[in-house]
Design a protein around this ligand. Structure first.
Ligand SMILES: Cc1ncc(COP(=O)(O)OP(=O)(O)O)c(N)n1
Ligand SMILES: Cc1nc(C(=O)O)sc1CCOP(=O)(O)O
Length: 267
């Protein structure tokens, strides 16, 4: 019951937020801006057009070390993930020089654009701007979503890593489009990453006014159990090693996609 009230409250608050620019009449306050605090910069204007939360269904996040291990270029890995059914891609390249990163990002943009799959860049707003990526994903110790929004403008997608309801609330206020929440399971891909488990994921999903993608240790064995939780706002899973630390990225992605699709069909 409490969960239902929380979700309903989030829904109403979101509706107010999204309708903040609908002004009827000439008064100082639009009819929807009841608290005089909604009309901050129009960060979320047009979000419906630029970002479809369903694209979070199977979120492929690259890793340069894994690609190197298997002799895959970033472009080939991204192409294979899209062939297998990834619905959004993030370039998370921690060990690459900026010039090489930008070249790879431009090539990946061409691949993603021609497939209609959004491409986001992890952390590097400069690379995102230079290759005209669809957006950026930032963590809690990176520059804030509010600052990223100022740099990217209203037309781009911004994701924020959140581990608590308070962080989820702040990301929404800062104009983010979605949350990445984890680690749902232990992971070796990101060092010293706290594991939240299903309870931590549930707390963030219930509190969030934004769509959420689960991350951390998700693979073909456990992805179904994450989506079967049926949590409000949970739109999909983000995966690194179970897609990219493998010989055949397209096969792994196809397999995971079919698992997720079968859970969705049962829901
Ligand atoms: C979808 C998604 N969720 C969470 C993260 C983690 O981002 P961050 O906290 O910035 O950590 P690093 O990726 O920089 O190690 C993510 N990248 N994507
Ligand atoms: C990049 C990242 N962020 C996390 C978070 O909890 O915010 S977990 C993680 C690594 C996910 O890799 P894998 O799918 O190989 O476990």
């Amino acid at each position: 019951m409490l969960n239902a009230v929380q979700v309903a409250k989030n829904f109403v608050e979101s509706a107010l937020h999204h309708s903040k620019d609908l002004v009827i009449g000439n008064g100082p306050q639009g009819p929807f801006d009841h608290l005089f605090r909604l009309r901050c910069p129009p960060y979320n204007i047009g979000s419906q057009q630029r970002f479809n939360p369903d694209s979070l269904f199977l979120y492929a996040v690259t890793d340069s070390r894994m690609n190197k291990r298997w002799g895959h270029s970033i472009e080939d890995a991204v192409k294979a993930a899209i062939e297998g059914g990834a619905t959004i891609v993030q370039l998370r390249e921690k060990d690459i020089e900026s010039r090489a990163f930008l070249e790879a990002a431009k090539a990946c943009m061409d691949i993603c654009k021609s497939s209609g799959v959004p491409l986001l860049i992890n952390d590097r707003v400069d690379i995102a701007l230079a290759c005209n990526a669809d957006g950026v994903h930032v963590g809690q110790s990176d520059i804030s979503a509010r600052e990223v929004r100022k740099l990217l403008g209203p037309g781009k997608i911004i994701g924020v890593s959140c581990k608590t309801p308070a962080q989820a609330e702040q990301a929404w206020r800062d104009g983010a489009d979605y949350l990445g929440c984890g680690g749902v399971f232990p992971t070796t891909t990101k060092a010293n990453n706290p594991t939240l488990g299903f309870e931590g994921l549930k707390a963030v999903c219930l509190a969030s006014k934004l769509p959420v993608v689960a991350i951390g240790g998700i693979n073909a064995t456990n992805a179904g159990s994450v989506m079967e939780l049926g949590l409000p706002n949970l739109k999909g899973v983000a995966v690194v090693s179970a897609l990219f630390d493998r010989e055949c990225v397209s096969t792994e992605t196809r397999n995971l996609r079919s698992i997720l699709t079968s859970v969705r069909c049962l829901a």
